[in-house]
Design a protein around this ligand. Structure first.
Ligand SMILES: Cc1cc2nc3c(=O)[nH]c(=O)nc-3n(C[C@H](O)[C@H](O)[C@H](O)COP(=O)(O)O)c2cc1C
Length: 219
C-alpha cells in the first residue's frame, strides 16, 4: 500500500478553537475537516488523540474553525500546529476575536461554529461529526491548502517557529538575569548599586563585612 496516495485528497488548513469551562482558550491547526451532509449541515473533524484541543471539545461539545488564506503569516501555523495548548496560551500570540465564547483569527477567509453530534474514537484519532450552527464568509481570498503547506509553506513555518523559540529563550534569560541579585555569602548584604555587579572593580569589597567580590554569589 502507498500511503502517499492519500496526499492526493485535497484539504484546506484551519485553526480550530475551543474554550475550557473556565474560559481558557485552546486551539490547533487541522486539515482533516470536510462537509459530509447538507441537511442538517454537518462537517467531519478528525483530531489526534493526544491533542489537548480535542479533549476540550469532548467536554464543551462546540468548536470554531477559522479558514486560513494563502497569505497567512507562517507563524500562525507554527503557533497552533507545533506546540500544545497544554503548555501555551496560543491565542495570546495572534490577533483574534471572541464570538459567543469561541475564538476566531482576525484574518481568515471564513468562520464556522459547530456543535458536536457524534464522536467516533480510533486508535490514533477521534472523529467528530458536528452540525454547523453559525458561519460567516469574511473574505474572498484564496484558501491555503495542505498541499501548499507541504509544497512551499512548511519551511517558512519551521523557520518562524525557530525564531519564536529563540526569542522566548532570550526573554527567559533576560528575566532570569534581571531578577537575580548579587548577595554577600558572609553577611547576606544584597548589592543594589547602579553599576552592574560584574562591572565593579576587582578590589570592590562588601560595604558591611569587608570581604572581596569573590565572596558574592548570584541568587
Ligand atoms: C499542517 C498541519 C496539519 C495538521 N492537521 C491536523 C489535523 O487534521 N488534526 C489534528 O488533530 N492535528 C493536526 N495537526 C497537528 C496539531 O495542530 C498539533 O498536534 C497541535 O500541536 C495540537 O495542539 P493542542 O495539543 O493544543 O490541541 C496538524 C499540524 C500541522 C502543522
Amino acid at each position: 500500500m502507498d500511503e502517499s496516495a492519500l496526499f492526493k485528497l485535497t484539504h484546506g488548513l484551519y485553526v480550530l478553537g475551543a474554550a475550557e469551562k473556565g474560559g481558557r482558550l485552546c486551539g490547533s491547526v487541522v486539515d482533516a475537516v470536510m462537509q459530509v451532509a447538507n441537511k442538517p449541515l454537518v462537517i467531519a473533524l478528525s483530531c489526534h488523540n493526544n491533542s489537548y484541543t480535542k479533549s476540550v471539545i469532548e467536554q464543551s461539545g462546540v468548536f470554531s474553525l477559522s479558514v486560513l488564506c494563502k497569505n497567512v503569516a507562517p507563524f500562525v501555523v507554527a503557533n497552533f500546529g507545533f506546540q500544545s495548548s497544554r503548555n501555551v496560551n496560543k491565542w495570546d500570540n495572534v490577533d483574534y476575536e471572541l464570538k459567543d465564547g469561541l475564538p476566531y483569527l482576525k484574518q481568515n477567509l471564513a468562520e464556522i461554529r459547530a456543535k458536536v453530534l457524534q464522536r467516533i474514537v480510533y486508535d490514533s484519532n477521534t472523529l467528530f461529526l458536528a452540525e454547523v450552527i453559525d458561519s460567516r464568509n469574511t473574505d474572498c481570498g484564496e484558501p491555503l491548502t495542505y498541499n501548499n503547506y507541504r509544497d512551499y509553506f512548511k519551511n517558512d513555518v519551521i523557520k518562524s517557529f525557530n525564531d519564536y523559540k529563540q526569542q522566548k529563550e532570550k526573554e527567559k534569560e533576560m528575566a532570569e538575569n534581571t531578577e537575580k541579585k548579587w548577595v554577600c555569602t558572609v553577611c547576606e548584604y544584597v548589592y543594589d548599586g547602579d553599576v552592574p555587579f560584574e562591572e565593579l572593580p576587582d578590589d570592590y569589597v562588601c560595604p558591611v563585612c569587608g570581604v572581596g567580590k569573590d565572596m558574592f554569589e548570584q541568587r
